[in-house]
Design a binder for this molecule. Sequence first.
Ligand code: UDP
Ligand code: MG
Length: 310
Amino acid sequence: MVIPIYNEAANLDEFFRRLLEVLERLAVSYEVVCVDDGSTDETLARLIERRARDPRLKILSLSRNFGKEVALSAGIEHSSGAAVIPIDCDLQDPPELIEEMVAQWRLGYDVVYATRHSRPGDGLAKRLSARMFYRLLDAVSEVPIPSDAGDFRLLDRRVVDALLRLPERSRFMKGLFAWVGFKQTELSFEREGRNAGSSAWTYWRLWNFALDGVTSFSSLPLKIWSYVGVVISLLAFAYALFLAVFKLARGINVPGYTSLMVVVLFLAGIQLITLGVIGEYLGRVYTEVKHRPLYLLREAHGFEQYEDRT
Ligand code: UDP
Ligand code: MG
């Protein structure tokens, strides 16, 4: 199990109660890699306390809040199981589904992802925007990305190893999971509300997350402008012809302030949008070439390679 955790002290007890119950019932050997994503509450202390009782719990603590995608990558990188299941710890991903995932895995599937057939736990705005985003992403992306599937899924070791070979810094996990391919199947569940606390994702953060998704898996926003340009040029050419003929037939026609303003402002708008789109990609290219480490660890508990850091 890989669990990204950011300020979730209030959820830990209930989460672990339900998770461990399921894992015990499954009667498999397991490890639980908890990634503390720079929490500022007592999350880390609670995890360490819990580890003292159950050494199957391993803890990575990042040096600051790096965001869920990075926390998840860190956890997956440090996992050692034959299958890895990332799960949120606010109980929006029901641990009980793990049993069904493992059953499908044993049937030979490499990826078993959980789609939310309904999400009564989220508000209307969030449901609608999430729905629109997933549809749009699937439409523009180079690889089909399953709609309404989150990070809650089972990954075979083969898939995990493939994921770890992807070097990019902008980790849009849902897309990366889809990109690697392998034999996939889906389960559906109803996504409940959070157990306690509120989502750390503001709309601004979600918007940037959406941009990350689109820019990581599609270059359509970059290329579309050549086509827009061609169409506008053709229209402009037709209009120029019309004006020339009109002038020959009727002489000079001075009024035209309105149409001039419209054309100038419209084209200026399009050019700024185009520049903005290029900027979005360029910014991400810059992030990639800087080659900074994806995350920094402050503490690690239960990992041999860091024994001195615990
Ligand atoms: N999370 C994280 N880092 C962050 C934000 C969230 O590790 O910067 C974790 C959080 O603790 C939870 C999971 O990611 O386990 C999902 O977060 P949240 O419930 O806020 O997202 P939502 O369910 O609204 O998509
Ligand atoms: Mg949540």
